[in-house]
Design a binder for this molecule. Structure first.
Ligand code: NAD
Length: 294
């Protein structure tokens, strides 16, 4: 009721956006915003990450051109809508910022405080965090009414859902603006209340925990994937999905969930995901996780 009312209240027009972090998610968010006509500044601290973000966008567009769903001129236009940057310089006039840096509350806190000092007073700031409480992150910003969660799913250009997470101080106008921007991006947003893991990851991380326990009891992860894919009919099994998510990100998320729900989501001793993380097997992003990628 309350969430629906907020989504219907007055909203601000989003003409220009910014995303912080050009990784799996930041690159995808930049692509999707640009593709649907909202120019976006994509900032990272690492030049290689910016290149990777742009290459990923170009790769998705090339496929669309090859399938005859887009012409080369429109492709150039979409790429032109993404401004890669190592600084906050081109962000002064952005209407909305989506923070998509590493899943670490301390790093996110620093980045959120930093960006708030660089943008206009009425700029909405959001976080694409998977699991960290929005009210906790809101402690790092002073304009708390203009802050909320905007949680996309991976791969951003394919997954319809966006969770808009309302913090205790988030205004109705902020929720309405973020919902409208998600819809403009071609997504189907839902407004959810704040808690660690929000909505989807409250379901997904217990599933990952169940998988980890099964592996610790001796199950072969490839066999689990095979059953979940071939017989149960899901598009991918848990081990492969963890490699897609990023083993590092998944491990950070598990830490947040176990802190948030100490009994139900208690940290698993010798979790195979934590072991892979320790071995620097981060999943598809660095070519090795549960599986090896050539
Ligand atoms: P990633 O490791 O692919 O990318 C993170 C990027 O952030 C890197 O390029 C890094 O250089 C950059 N970065 C680090 N500090 C920065 C700073 N101070 N300023 C700017 N850039 C900085 O991670 P990811 O998978 O894209 O995850 C990013 C966020 O999105 C996390 O909060 C994660 O939980 C969330 N998320 C991830 C998924 C997923 O499936 N991977 C899904 C939904 C949400």
């Amino acid at each position: 009721g309350k969430a629906k009312k907020a989504a219907k209240s007055a909203q601000k027009q989003v003409n220009k956006a910014a995303v912080l972090g050009a990784g799996i998610m930041g690159g995808g968010i930049a692509y999707q915003s640009a593709y649907k006509g909202t120019p976006i500044v994509m900032k990272d601290i690492n030049d290689d990450a910016l290149d990777l973000g742009l290459t990923t966008a170009a790769g998705i567009l090339t496929k669309l051109v090859e399938r005859g769903r887009l012409n080369a001129k429109k492709m150039a236009g979409v790429l032109n809508n993404i401004t890669p940057s190592l600084s906050y310089d081109s962000m002064k006039d952005t209407d909305i910022v989506v923070e998509a840096v590493v899943e670490n509350p301390k790093v996110k806190g620093i980045v959120l405080a930093e960006v708030e000092g660089q943008v206009a007073e009425d700029t909405i700031i959001t976080s694409n965090t998977s699991t960290i409480s929005i009210d906790l992150l809101a402690e790092s910003v002073s304009r708390k009414d203009k802050f909320c969660g905007m949680h996309f799913f991976n791969p951003v250009h394919k997954m319809p859902l966006v969770e808009v997470i309302r913090g205790k101080d988030t205004s109705d106008e902020t929720v309405a603006t973020v919902v409208a921007y998600a819809a403009k991006m071609g997504k189907s947003p839902i407004v959810v209340n704040d808690c660690p893991g929000f909505y989807v990851n409250r379901v997904l991380f217990p599933y990952f925990a169940g998988f980890s326990q099964l592996v610790l009891e001796g199950a072969d992860f490839t066999a689990v994937d095979k059953v979940m894919e071939k017989q149960f009919g899901w598009p991918m099994g848990p081990a492969y999905l963890l490699d897609v998510v990023g083993i590092d990100t998944a491990d950070h998320c598990t830490g947040v969930m176990s802190a948030g729900f100490p009994t139900r989501m208690a940290k698993i001793d010798n979790d195979p995901v934590t072991k892979l993380y320790g071995d620097e097997r981060y999943g598809q992003k660095n070519g090795k996780g549960f599986y090896d990628y050539g």
